[in-house]
Ligand binder design. Structure first.
Ligand SMILES: O=C(O)CCC(=O)C(=O)O
Length: 288
């Protein structure tokens, strides 16, 4: 269990991101590497296909970053990290929410020589949620370097307006272009891009409006990471916006009777200030 310090919370609120050390241990990293191998081969230990399987061995473009979203639904070992209460507590504390639930995770593998992920704001994909807010915990599963395609965040950009998602997400040539356009709209001449350079097991938290993404991996080493994207435990669907952003994928979990509740079967609550946690989560994490 880790806990953020007051200084880390202040720094996050000022800058839109904060570094965090030693969030997962060596054996979890090794297990996660094995899960990555399996999942990108199409093997899912829970028997359930994650919501977005954007890369598969032998079928997908080898120059692109490998990505699976909602890996926790497909792999028990990934779930053991994604569903951690302390990650939920950290996200809720940073955001000032009464609690946190998982919206989605990202299983990301950027082998040596692979291309960029365009800089973006996560909140831009979420107009179908109220509140339209997210805090993400990004965990490196390899030591990262500035030229190794690590995630980059733009300091202070969580204070900018939410831009409409534009341009390519996977592999754009000029992966910072949309961010620079947004910076110009804000009157920011020289946006400060900060690479998340950490030892494996460490990482960072970023705000849903913070511009982030990653350049090509120009090192000789792979860059793998696991990202836990949390939303407030109080978040509800906005049915009239469900076709926007990633709403077409996750709108499948919306009730059809007009009740905007987000069901804990799909978006489990990890932690709340008053001690609640979705009851099935610990049993699911303990499953083989
Ligand atoms: O790791 C990356 O390159 C980007 C990750 C990302 O987009 C995210 O954590 O929201």
């Amino acid at each position: 269990m880790f806990e953020l310090t007051k200084d880390q919370v202040t720094s996050f609120r000022d800058d839109g991101y904060v570094f965090a050390q030693n969030m997962v241990d060596e054996s979890t990293i090794e297990t996660a590497h094995e899960s990555f191998e399996r999942m990108f081969r199409g093997e899912f230990s829970t028997g359930v296909l994650p919501d977005e399987v954007n890369w598969q061995e032998g079928k997908s473009d080898p120059s692109l970053t490998r990505q699976i979203c909602c890996g926790w639904r497909g792999d028990y070992d990934i779930a053991r990290t994604v569903l951690r209460a302390d990650i939920g507590r950290a996200c809720a504390t940073l955001a000032g929410w009464p609690g946190a639930r998982v919206f989605v995770d990202n299983v990301l593998w950027k082998p040596a020589g692979t291309r960029s992920l365009g800089l973006h704001q996560d909140a831009a994909y979420l107009p179908w949620m109220n509140p339209q807010e997210m805090v993400s915990c990004w965990i490196a599963l390899d030591d990262t370097t500035a030229n190794g395609g690590t995630m980059e965040v733009v300091k202070g950009s969580h204070k900018w307006a939410v831009s409409k998602p534009e341009g390519e997400f996977h592999g754009p040539e000029d992966y910072q272009k949309q961010m620079r356009l947004a910076a110009a709209n804000e009157g920011v001449e020289d946006p400060e891009v900060v690479p998340i350079v950490v030892k494996k097991g460490s990482g960072s938290f970023h705000h849903g409006r913070t511009w982030h993404g990653s350049g090509p991996n120009e090192s000789g080493n792979p860059r793998r990471s696991l990202v836990v994207h949390c939303i407030s435990s109080e978040t509800q669907f906005v049915p009239e916006h469900i076709g926007i952003g990633v709403g077409p994928v996750y709108g499948r979990y919306m009730r059809r009777d007009g009740n905007p509740v987000m069901d804990e079967a799909y978006f489990p609550i990890l932690w709340t200030q008053d001690g609640y946690r979705t009851p099935w989560v610990d049993d699911y994490m303990a499953a083989a």
